[in-house]
Design a protein around this ligand. Structure first.
Ligand code: THG
Length: 367
């Protein structure tokens, strides 16, 4: 068993008790909260996501709410993706950059109203960032954290489970769009989204005192579909080419290097943070790019999120940022953040724990 000192420095999710009941085996710190990392059966948890349905506590994707007369303006200043066509009840994946054009978070933006937005953030403090920018630009907004905790239902059978709970309208929900809903008086927003490519939904619980109840409702509705507990899945997300900010990025990574250039609109206003640098990056071309990397050998290696050097002819040319044993490909795969002079099809070496492992580069996604 584990012991976690009760502290405001490492907040528990409203689903914490439920995950303990389900037999959670470990946690990671993320946004100063505890994120479950597994339930003891990694391969079963993976195949359940690929073939069935799983429920994940992702309350660590904390919300930063921006509201008030200048909310729309601030949201756009923070995001180099053009938001002018974002409708109410629509979400968008965005790359937040600093003044150097470095990516500092990759949230899902939810537009609740013309004057109210949530940034559903990855692991960095955007509350302080948004407040600082709002003050410096003299904007009239309120930046706060609402009582909101996402619970993900992921996998090919997720839609059936969520429709059984909420009704047929769920089938018509478009990707990243959401709708207000209630079940047994528990307030939430239901979005078609989630950090996997297997399809699914996120239930944004809007009353932290009712996490247990919501978990049980999902568990009960999922029984006919053999639902089980899971968590953001390293293997599936690498196979699918999804980014983990802070894990696949460093303090100098820009969106173009990691395949997020499609979410940067260079014609947004000059007041958007980092836009001058982003235009320059586009003009000059990037020095590094992100590719898939496949290690030679058919023995599963431990997954890692620490970086290993990639060599070509004895010289370091990049980093392997994450690696995992792929259950579908039966190979050790991962991401390379590597010199853009080196490309798909080339063979390189990964320096892993003092050992040189031959590897090849490929396009993403893997699956
Ligand atoms: N759920 C919620 N908030 C989050 C995450 C989440 N915030 C942080 C982090 N995860 C955001 N990261 C991603 C990364 C990729 C995707 C979703 C969240 C994603 N990308 C698709 C792709 O890249 O193919 C689709 C992008 C698109 O079509 O615009 O889904 O998990 N609440």
């Amino acid at each position: 068993m584990f012991e976690i000192t009760p502290t405001t420095r490492l907040r528990r999710s409203p689903f914490f008790e439920a995950t303990v009941r389900e037999g959670v085996k470990g946690f990671l710190p993320y946004n100063q909260m505890l994120m479950p990392t597994g339930y003891g059966h990694p391969e079963d948890e993976y195949w359940r996501l690929i073939n069935g349905v799983a429920v994940w506590d992702v309350a660590v994707e904390r919300q930063v709410e921006i509201s008030g007369p200048d909310a729309e303006k601030l949201a756009q200043i923070l995001s180099p993706r053009n938001l002018s066509k974002c409708a109410e009840n629509q979400g968008k994946y965005i790359a937040l950059c600093d003044h150097n054009g470095t990516i500092i978070n990759d949230p899902i933006l939810l537009k609740l109203a013309e004057d109210r937005y949530w940034f559903s953030i990855a692991d960095s403090n955007i509350l302080f960032w948004a407040r600082a920018i709002a003050s410096e630009r003299r904007l009239i907004v309120d930046v706060s954290e609402p009582d909101v905790s996402p619970l993900a239902v992921q996998g090919p059978k997720a839609e059936a489970v969520v429709a059984d709970i909420f009704g047929d309208w769920v089938h018509d929900l478009k990707y990243f769009w959401f709708r207000e809903a209630e079940i047994d008086g528990i307030p939430m927003k239901v979005a078609r989204s989630g950090w996997s490519k297997q399809g699914g939904f996120e239930l944004y619980l809007m009353d932290g005192s009712r996490g247990n109840e919501l978990w049980n409702i999902v568990k009960e509705a999922g029984k006919p579909y053999d639902i089980g507990p899971g968590n953001p899945n390293m293997c599936e997300r690498i196979e699918s080419g999804l980014l983990s900010w802070g894990s696949d990025t460093d303090d100098e990574t820009n969106p173009f290097e990691i395949g997020l250039g499609k979410y940067v609109d260079l014609d947004v206003g000059d007041d958007v943070i980092g836009i001058a640098k982003l235009r320059k990056f586009k003009e000059d071309g990037i020095k590094r790019h992100q590719l898939g990397i496949i290690l030679n050998g058919e023995e599963p290696l431990a997954s890692h999120s620490i970086w290993y050097d990639i060599h070509l002819n004895g010289t370091k040319v990049g980093d392997m940022t994450n690696g995992v044993w792929s259950y579908r490909l039966k190979r050790n795969i991962g991401y390379a953040l590597i010199s853009s002079q080196i490309n798909v099809g080339q063979n390189v070496e990964v320096c892993k724990d003092g050992q040189m492992i031959e590897a090849s580069l490929c396009n993403l996604p893997f699956c």
